[in-house]
Structure formats: structure tokens, C-alpha cells
Design a binder for this molecule. Structure first.
Ligand SMILES: [Zn+2]
Length: 263
């Protein structure tokens, strides 16, 4: 792979740019100026990048369309905060592959080829920026098969430590048995779709997205079993385990294997 272009000379940096002192350096890539980003990358403190991907799609009658995007970003930011100052979150692709939800207007769906092309460009952008550890963190089931089916190509195009993980994959059936009342099957109950799991997560992290006056006013009433307390425990476990996953990537204990090329 060719090396990234030489850094442009900074315009006479007399004083270092303060990076939100008091709360620690910013974790969202888009909040940096080019100088702030450049200086942090050049200093060597930025070790890992999380690219969240998800969907904007119907979530029954009671959850906002943004649920998958909002939840994966919630996890990504919490993980980056725990890894401060070594990780950033690079948002750039809100919609996902949601053709199977298009009977419900309001859903935004990308064709698989469009989604994969945009994801490839985002990965290449952060690799060219200097990141050697990149985690594509997924929050929507419809993206999983297309990404897994083409992941070998992504690895060959970006021979760095590149990983793809759906955030619920760090949870097990034992977690589902302990945390959920309506069912314990993976993946139909965990993560499920707008069911108890996702509703609990929203109640804990962004309750304004849950229309509790609607959640029993639909054929499927299981989402109404969710509580914010459940959601807090789900988020705690997910964030802890994804943080460990990313820390292992940064430490070199979790290394992506570049698949072989044709001889
Ligand atoms: Zn969802």
C-alpha cells in the first residue's frame, strides 16, 4: 500500500490548540479543525478509529427511525471516551441496507453496492489520515451479510488492522436470558427489531425516541416490556466489551488477518 501524502506545513503554529480541556480531548472526528486533527495524529496519540454504520428505517410504531444510527453512535462515543485520547469516532454514513423495510415510508435505503462503496471510501479516508486500527461498528442487521460477504476485499484493499463488528455480537444467549423477558433467542430477540432489546436501549440512552403512548397500540406488544434499567445494563455490558475489543486491537492482541492473494 502506498504511504499517505506528506502533511501540509501548519500555518505558523505559535500556540498549541486547546482540545476541550477539562473533559479530555474530543472524540468525534468531525468536531476537530484540520490543525487539531493533524497535531493529534502527528503526536502519535490517535491509535484507533471507529466508523459507525447503521440504518434510518422504520422501527414499528413506537421507536424513531434513527434508532439504529443513534444506538451505534451512542456505543461508539462511549467506547472512544473510555479509550481517550487514543480513539476517534468518524461518522459519515447514516443510512444502510434496508430494502426489506421499504414497505414503511420514511425508511431510507441504500442499495448494497452503494452502501459498500461508501463504506470503502470512508475506510480509505481514515486509513489515508493515518489510522492503523479501524473498527467498523455496525448497528443494523441488514448490513451484516453484504459486509461479511465482501469483507475479504476490504481487508486486501486496506492491509491494516481492520475489523467489522455488530455491537450486539459481544452479548451472548446467557446475557439475553438474564436481561430480557420476552424471549432469549439470538438474533430474533437480541437484537431483534424494535423489540424489547432495542426499546430498552432507547429508554436508557435517548428516551425521547420512545413513544410509550404508542407501544401497546400495535399488534406486537412485546416492546412495552422494556425498561430503562434493562437498557442501562445492556449498554454497560456492550460498551465494556466493545472497549476491550478495541483496546486489544490497539495493543496488537487482536490482529486482522489479510487473506491471501491469488499466487
Ligand atoms: Zn434497529
Amino acid at each position: 500500500m502506498s504511504s499517505p501524502p506528506a502533511w501540509p506545513k501548519p500555518p505558523s503554529p505559535k500556540t498549541p490548540v486547546p482540545l476541550r480541556r477539562g473533559v479530555g480531548p474530543e472524540v468525534l472526528l468531525r468536531k476537530h479543525t484540520r490543525r487539531e486533527f493533524r497535531e493529534r495524529m502527528q503526536s502519535g496519540e490517535l491509535k484507533g478509529c471507529i466508523i459507525p454504520v447503521a440504518a434510518i428505517e422504520q422501527h414499528l410504531e413506537h421507536l424513531a427511525l434513527e434508532h439504529d444510527w443513534r444506538s451505534v453512535c451512542h456505543v461508539a462515543v462511549a467506547v472512544a471516551q473510555r479509550l481517550r485520547p487514543h480513539a476517534l469516532v468518524a461518522e459519515g454514513l447514516m443510512a444502510g441496507i434496508s430494502e426489506h423495510h421499504m414497505r414503511h415510508p420514511g425508511t431510507l435505503s441504500l442499495r448494497p453496492g452503494t452502501f459498500l462503496a461508501a463504506l470503502a471510501d470512508l475506510i480509505e479516508s481514515v486509513v489515508r489520515a493515518g489510522f492503523k486500527n479501524v473498527l467498523v461498528l455496525n448497528g443494523h442487521g441488514g448490513n451484516t451479510a453484504p459486509v461479511n460477504g465482501t469483507w475479504e476485499q476490504f481487508l486486501r484493499m486496506n492491509p491494516i488492522n481492520l475489523h467489522f463488528l455488530s455491537y450486539w455480537d459481544v452479548l451472548t444467549e446467557a446475557d439475553a436470558k438474564e436481561l430480557l423477558k420476552s424471549g432469549h433467542q439470538l438474533p430474533s430477540d437480541l437484537p431483534g427489531h424494535a423489540q424489547e432489546f432495542e426499546t430498552a436501549l432507547a429508554l436508557a440512552a435517548f428516551p425521547e425516541n420512545v413513544r410509550t403512548q404508542m407501544w401497546t397500540d400495535q399488534p406486537d406488544k412485546k416492546p412495552s416490556m422494556a425498561t430503562a434499567k434493562q437498557g442501562e445494563e445492556i449498554i454497560k455490558r456492550v460498551v465494556e466489551r466493545v472497549t476491550v475489543y478495541m483496546q486489544e486491537m490497539i495493543d496488537g492482541r487482536r490482529v486482522a488477518k489479510i487473506p491471501p492473494y491469488f499466487p
